[in-house]
Design a binder for this molecule. Structure first.
Ligand code: SF4
Ligand code: SF4
Ligand code: FES
Length: 226
């Protein structure tokens, strides 16, 4: 950790923190405790959305607290969750996917094409593009364009049309996987093995182990050492 301290402002209050820390570790260094708004700490779960401005720059920026580094005179606040009620649907029942998309998410029609969603996305995605591809019926492109979505909700926090783009992205990938993408051969082979009972004895053995035996086995597992 660097000895050099830099000033940052968390919800308006100044703190001096070591440079080189991520926003998350800097906030913990100050004394904040993450109970919500923190998950994987590796840039995958999308729980740690943060909004910030830099001194002398009007631009509102967004990032993941576990990935973005603190910068001198950064003013920041966490956006740990953004309201995004999910509309339930049964993926087995979809006949016309574009019509279903517009029925489940009628707010799509309120998209004004402002691009604010793209500016907020820490993954560099353009929700407006994956939504447009889905509306054209190009599910492959739509799924690929939304593949890296972390469900962080930052796009929804900025959307002028009050869309929740990541819920739409989830529908897109579910539809694509179920109806468009060919089933991968290795997945078919593995599900057949499961159905044929290849792992039944192993599962039974695990189910009969004590907690201590399970812990020992877990500690002895093969895993990538960093
Ligand atoms: S598309 Fe939205 S929810 Fe997904 S990563 Fe980008 S900002 Fe986050
Ligand atoms: S922020 Fe909302 S309204 Fe603007 S382009 Fe993105 S989805 Fe459309
Ligand atoms: S804690 Fe999971 S992305 Fe930051």
């Amino acid at each position: 950790m660097s000895d050099q301290l830099i000033p940052i402002y968390v919800m308006g209050k100044r703190y001096d923190v070591p440079e080189g820390l991520t926003i998350m570790t800097a906030m913990e260094w100050i004394g904040y405790k993450f109970i919500r708004g923190c998950g994987c700490r590796g840039g995958f779960c999308g729980a740690c959305g943060t909004a910030y401005r830099l001194a002398g720059d009007y631009k509102l920026r967004f990032g993941l607290a576990c990935q973005a580094l603190v910068q001198p005179n950064m003013h920041l606040t966490q956006i740990p969750f953004y309201p995004n009620p999910k509309t339930p649907y049964n993926i087995e029942d979809i006949k016309d996917p574009v019509e279903t998309l517009l029925t489940l998410f009628p707010e799509i029609k309120k998209c004004v094409g402002c691009g604010a969603c793209a500016k907020a996305c820490p993954e560099g995605l353009r929700p407006i593009d994956y939504i447009a591809a889905a509306l054209r019926g190009d599910w492959k492109t739509a799924a690929e364009l939304s593949f890296d979505c972390l469900m962080c909700g930052l796009c929804a926090s900025r959307c002028t049309g009050e869309l929740v783009p990541h819920n739409i992205a989830l529908f897109i990938r579910r539809y694509y996987s179920k109806y468009v993408r060919p089933m991968p051969a290795n997945l078919l082979a593995r599900t057949k093995e499961i159905r044929d009972g290849k792992f039944d004895n192993g599962v039974k053995k695990l189910a009969n182990m004590s907690e201590e035996q399970l812990k020992k086995l877990y500690d002895q597992r093969d895993f990538e050492k960093i």
